[in-house]
Design a protein around this ligand. Sequence first.
Ligand code: ADP
Length: 192
Amino acid sequence: MRLVLLGAPGSGKGTQASRLKEHLQVPHVSTGDLLRAEVAAGSKLGLEAKGIMAAGNLVSDEILLGMLEDRFSRPDTGGGFILDGYPRNLAQADALGRLLQRIGQPMDFAVQLDVPTELLVERIAGRAQAEGRADDNPESVRKRLDIYTSQTAPVIEFYRQHGQLTVVDGVGSLDEVFTRIIEAIAPSRDVG
Ligand code: ADP
């Protein structure tokens, strides 16, 4: 199964991706996690990305694509993957399409976790208290939500137009949302 998970910051992508990874037995590729690992390692890329991420801005398309190509060159993605955090703009969607075509691994589904903005803000505030992520401060959160609306929402439209999108209601308990995703990607189901 080759899945792309789409959703705003706070929509629960990361949490659901971890569960899906166990369920589907494919690796979870999170660009946010890959970047945070670079920051933690203090690599050149990490140093470059650190401030950009803390401010809630997008790290450059070039860096992201390099990181992704690197990740997809590892053999564990050969049996499928759950991609989370990418693509975040149309240029990245285009780059991803080319990359997956090149490696002969076209995506099966783009799944959007749909959550109203008020709830996103509430969830991120809760997470900020629990986890203390550097980019969960109010200013950065506002920025990330703005970028989501202006740059990532068009990606969702793009997949919709290509008949690859499936929208899942992201409001509810973790179990409820998980069950909805599993049902949405069940083999018999049509995408729309
Ligand atoms: P969230 O979904 O909560 O915003 P992520 O863990 O997906 O968090 O991403 C954290 C940060 O990492 C983003 O705000 C951005 O700075 C950077 N990042 C992650 N993925 C991308 C991407 N595809 N393009 C550009 N920047 C990215």
